[in-house]
Design a protein around this ligand. Structure first.
Ligand SMILES: Cc1ncc(COP(=O)(O)O)c(C=O)c1O
Length: 384
């Protein structure tokens, strides 16, 4: 007899929800042994799938040595992880603040930008999502996420995503930070135009403001590049990572330059940030991502997905968009019944807002599972 589920969240849909007990690659199993294909990568955490063996091995070995260490002490695993991460990034990046989640990576960026510039204004985008703590929530767009918690942090403004003129008009000599997702994930899978990002870069440079790319969801090979910004060749001052960075172990990283770090005044710190356990996981996850060329795989399988989805019926589907293995199918009606129908067939996809069906499978998904997932999506949307 399985005990009734106990929720640990606030304001989420009522139980019962599907209860899963085991995972491997792009598959989950329930307690009765039924398997499900994961088309949502646990909201982007599972780029390497569930329980990637290299990460399991790394954290098992690290747990025997040292799980946690205060950041007041050096640790060779932390150093190795930071060096590996920086080696994958443009040379301008040289400093990393480690935390435990995406929202903390964003909070650190806001604090660093305010402190380094001595200014307060933050320009973010409509439909953007940056987290749910008070600073990151102030940058998040959706009214229903914000309103119950107002007043939020003052100084945040939002401009229409991909409206370069509006962004330029908003960036002035009081602006500390422009905070953007290269592909808006939670907000419905909207891809930035090159022009928008280029003009964000030049506007921030002109105004003496900093530019941050929130790659919490798009980072670590998801969009067909190791980091999405590589596609446009536009390098921000701050790069924010989390989700899959440590193969499923909680982590957040705020990466910046020596120049920005040198202007930082004050202190910022996290008790758990940079633990040897998370760093061992992160090191193993980065090695695996590079060795298995997962960015190229995401690009290729993403193309397979796009080709399969173009034939979806236009009377049900408004648009299909995305980059790599971050795909959004915008429906003409609510997405929830389609997600339920997919789950019924053994496929777990996730929404991106009320009407967008989001596909972001583990990058290690087998080709047959991906093909089967795409066929199931076609089936439920076409009514087959
Ligand atoms: C782009 C982006 N930024 C920040 C966050 C917040 O991350 P976390 O839930 O780890 O706090 C998310 C989570 O979905 C995200 O997609």
């Amino acid at each position: 007899m399985i005990a009734p589920e106990r929720s640990h969240e606030f304001g989420v849909p009522p139980l019962p929800r599907l209860s899963l007990v085991r995972g491997e690659g792009a598959r989950f199993w329930d307690a009765r042994g039924r398997s499900y294909v994961d088309l949502g990568a646990s909201h982007g955490v599972g780029n390497l799938g569930a329980c990637p063996p290299e990460v399991v091995r790394a954290i098992t070995e690290q747990a025997r040595e040292l799980i946690h260490l205060g950041s007041g002490y050096a640790n060779p695993v932390r150093t190795a992880f930071l060096e590996r991460l920086l080696a994958l990034l443009p040379a301008s990046f040289s400093r990393v603040f480690l935390s435990n989640s995406g929202t903390e990576a964003v909070e650190a960026a806001i604090k660093i930008a305010r402190s380094a510039t001595g200014r307060t204004k933050v320009v973010a985008a409509m439909r953007g999502f940056h987290g749910r703590t008070m600073g990151s929530l102030s940058a998040t767009w959706r009214r229903e996420l914000r309103e119950p918690f107002e007043p939020l942090v003052p100084g945040f403004v939002h401009v229409a995503f991909n409206d370069a003129a509006a962004l330029e008009a908003a960036v002035d000599d009081s602006t500390a930070l422009v905070l953007l997702e290269p592909v808006q994930g939670e907000g419905g899978v909207h891809v930035a135009t090159a022009e928008f990002l280029e003009r964000a870069r030049s506007a921030t440079e002109r105004a003496g403001a900093l530019l941050a790319f929130d790659e919490v969801q798009t980072g670590i090979a998801r969009t067909g590049r190791l980091f999405a910004f590589e596609r446009w060749g536009i390098v921000p001052d701050l790069l924010l990572l989390a989700k899959s960075l440590a193969g499923g172990v909680p982590i957040g990283a705020t990466v910046t330059t020596n120049e920005v770090a040198g202007r930082f005044r004050g202190t910022h710190h996290s008790t758990f940030g940079g633990s040897p356990l998370a760093c061992a996981a992160g090191l193993a996850a980065l090695e695996l991502t590079v060795r298995e060329r997962l960015a190229e795989r995401a690009e290729r399988l993403g193309e397979v997905g796009r080709r399969a989805l173009v034939s979806l019926p236009p009377e049900r589907v408004r648009d299909v968009r995305g980059l790599g293995l971050l795909l959004g199918i915008e429906l003409r009606e609510k997405v929830a019944p389609y997600l339920a129908a997919l789950q019924e067939r053994g496929f777990l996809a996730i929404p991106a807002g009320a009407t967008v069906l989001r596909l972001l499978p583990p990058l290690v998904i087998s080709e047959p599972d991906w093909q089967a997932g795409l066929a199931a999506v076609q089936g439920v949307i076409s009514g087959g």
